[in-house]
Design a protein around this ligand. Structure first.
Ligand SMILES: Cc1cc2nc3c(=O)[nH]c(=O)nc-3n(C[C@H](O)[C@H](O)[C@H](O)COP(=O)(O)OP(=O)(O)OC[C@H]3O[C@@H](n4cnc5c(N)ncnc54)[C@H](O)[C@@H]3O)c2cc1C
Length: 327
């Protein structure tokens, strides 16, 4: 994300309130968003506000600059977890609540934004407000998924649920997107994701208790903590390889489940890059997240060509009744 102008790193909410009264602010969490941000005069680095405050059996109150890794580190010793975690935990709570936040449990619990009980927000005019589905629901609705345009989330009360100690993960290959989508709907797993690979469509079904995926070619058992933070070693490797620092013209769309197979295709290696990934994740309400996580690696298409391919994807998604997921 390209930001111009001044950057500040407040350590309490009062500083953000004061700033909002004199300047237009753009909040920034971990800075992983690839869609850009509305430009304000001052960038507010939220990482200075990252305390996990109060943990109860059904909820946790956290500062918006905390990462999901920090939230999980506080809840897991008490056997609790947020019901939906993103695939990567090095993202801020405010950053994913500003877009949506989809994970392998979204087919059951929806997005992370569907699991928020209350928010503390600094409005663009510098007013500090509390909002929830019952209290100022219009502010709550505008700020969740609002990409920082309607206020800065400073604190969030998130629901939590029982966490398993260990999980078992199964992978199974399918020949077509239709077969993968069908298997995703029929598998009674706790965490369901999928990927399009050059030669197959792969279902990953994770069980928090007994249960297995028939036809699985790979089985792995691990602690829930290892599973939740499974991308951490991959990211470390991408940093070492230099891939992490290259342009990432990512595209993501939500598709209606019954028409998703018309859009999903085997990825073109040139348009995906060396470390690119294609995600196919089912969501509550018969929607599918289809995400092309492209990297402009050496030898792959240039970023401009990848961005053109993204525009085609958004148009295809709209034609079948889908929409863009702005991340
Ligand atoms: C490796 C990786 C894996 C990912 N996996 C997933 C995934 O599994 N599921 C998924 O849904 N997404 C995923 N994402 C996308 C990610 O959820 C979004 O890009 C998210 O916005 C990044 O959070 P951030 O803290 O880096 O936010 P930033 O990039 O800092 O900000 C993103 C947007 O949020 C706004 N914002 C930031 N903080 C606040 C705040 N406190 N209040 C209001 N607005 C704010 C910013 O102004 C900006 O518009 C992934 C991204 C990466 C890099």
């Amino acid at each position: 994300v390209e930001f111009g102008g001044l950057r500040v790193r407040p350590e309490d909410t009062a500083e953000i309130v004061e700033l909002a009264r004199v300047a237009r602010l753009t909040p920034r969490g971990c800075g992983h968003g690839t869609a850009g941000s509305p430009h304000g005069e001052v960038v507010v680095d939220m990482r200075g506000l990252s305390t996990v405050h109060d943990l109860r059996p059904d909820r946790v109150v956290v500062d918006a600059g905390a990462t999901w890794r920090q939230v999980l580190a506080a809840t897991l010793p008490h056997g609790l977890t947020p019901p939906v975690l993103t695939d990567y935990l090095g993202l801020s709570v405010g950053g994913t609540l500003a877009v949506g936040g989809v994970g392998g449990t979204s087919y059951r619990y929806g997005k992370q934004t569907d699991n928020v009980l209350e928010l503390e927000v600094v409005s663009p005019q510098g007013e500090l407000t509390l909002c929830s589905p019952a209290l100022r629901p219009e502010v709550f609705g505008a700020v969740l998924g609002g990409r920082g345009r309607h206020g800065i989330i400073t604190k969030a009360t998130l629901s939590v649920t029982a966490a398993p100690e260990t999980v078992r993960s199964f992978k199974a290959p399918f020949a077509t997107p239709g077969e993968l989508l069908h298997a995703q709907r029929r598998t009674p797993a706790d965490h369901i994701t999928g990927q399009a690979k050059p030669d197959r469509y792969e279902l990953t079904a994770v069980f928090y208790g007994p249960g297995r995926l028939s036809g699985a070619t790979e089985v792995e058992e691990m602690t829930y903590a290892e599973f939740a933070d499974r991308m951490r070693p991959d990211v470390a490797e991408l940093v070492t390889l230099g891939e992490w620092a290259r342009p990432h013209p990512w595209a993501a769309v939500f598709l209606p489940a019954d028409r998703a197979a018309e859009v999903i295709t085997a990825p073109s290696p040139a348009l995906l890059g060396l470390s690119g990934v294609v995600l196919i994740t089912p969501l509550r309400g018969d929607r599918i997240l289809y995400a092309l996580l492209r990297t402009a690696s050496p030898g792959a298409a240039a970023p401009a060509e990848m961005l053109r391919a993204n525009q085609e994807l958004y148009a295809q998604a709209r034609r079948v009744g889908g929409s863009r997921y702005v991340i």
